[in-house]
Design a protein around this ligand. Sequence first.
Ligand code: UT7
Length: 335
Amino acid sequence: MYTSKITGLGSYVPENVVTNDDLSKVMDTNDAWIQERTGIKERRHIKKGDGNTTSVMGVKAAKIALERAALVPKDIDMIIFATLSPDMYFPGGGVQVQEALGMRTVPALDVRNQCSGFVYALSVADQFIKTGMYRHVLVIGSENHSGGLDFTTRGRGVSVIFGDGAGAAVVSRNETGNDGILSTHLHSEGKHKDELSLQGPSTQYWVPEIIEKNPQEDIPYYPYMNGTFVFKHAVVRFSEVIKEGLEANKLSVSDIDMLIPHQANLRISQYIQEKFKLPNDKVFNNIQKYGNTTAASIPIALTEAWELGKIKKGDLVVLAAFGSGFTWGSAIIRW
Ligand code: UT7
């Protein structure tokens, strides 16, 4: 059996910076509340006319990852595209990447696991490579949140948190040694599906309802989040799934060189850091600049940490995510 490793990373965020003060001009919120509760200072939003969509941003991130992996699109054997904000209801973003990059008619799989989407996608890539079926898998997480958020005061508990952007990783057959993805660990608990959800448009609130009723109470068309409930579950599941991954590899918290948590809320990351007694240089956060970009947050953070030289060969890198579903997961990587 083979192992897999990340051979190229890339990210892309739109140029348009939206500060907390910008948001306070359109809704009843303020910089102090947002920073105190979430750590977020600013995020990026697609600007009308800038050409960006979820798939377009994914392609931009993928091009960088491919170049760094010293590969061309025709080398890729499979695309896995994770998002909760696709350009179209169907088909998914994977086929758009296949077309935009002029790839062979390789499989394009779309992953729907929200904040855990990248870890789920990475895990799928790892399995296909381990079995020997594929040599190079392109994994993308990309989100266009700004296109679907409620920017009135009613939506402030959700809308100040999320941002747009994309990250990508090329996952390749490991030819050289025992480094690479050591293991991945995935979970779900559907009984909490409503606690962080977007219920329409969907087959429950299907086309006639959108067109004919255009309901004034258009809440189903915006994301709903029971923030406190999600927060409480997040801190427990993050801790559990990191420990599960370490134990599976007979490693302990002291072996971690870099923890990259899904950027849900700086307070969640800090809670985990304190619980595991990890020093500042072993936990990477950039939610301050980008907000929560769900499926894109880990690949954006991983790319930035790598670009800053914070991840070196031989390091033990731990990725962990939790989000809507609820779903959660971790990946334990020897860089
Ligand atoms: O990535 C997927 C997973 N998602 C998460 O992990 C998110 C987890 N949850 C959270 O990050 C936090 O729960 C939030 C940041 C979303 C909210 O923080 P909180 O400390 O749980 O605040 P809250 O929802 O309990 O609201 C506290 C108060 C409320 O006012 P009252 O009822 O106390 O008068 C809210 O109406 O803050 C108010 N509020 C705001 N005020 C200013 C809510 N949103 C805002 C806002 N600006 N943007």
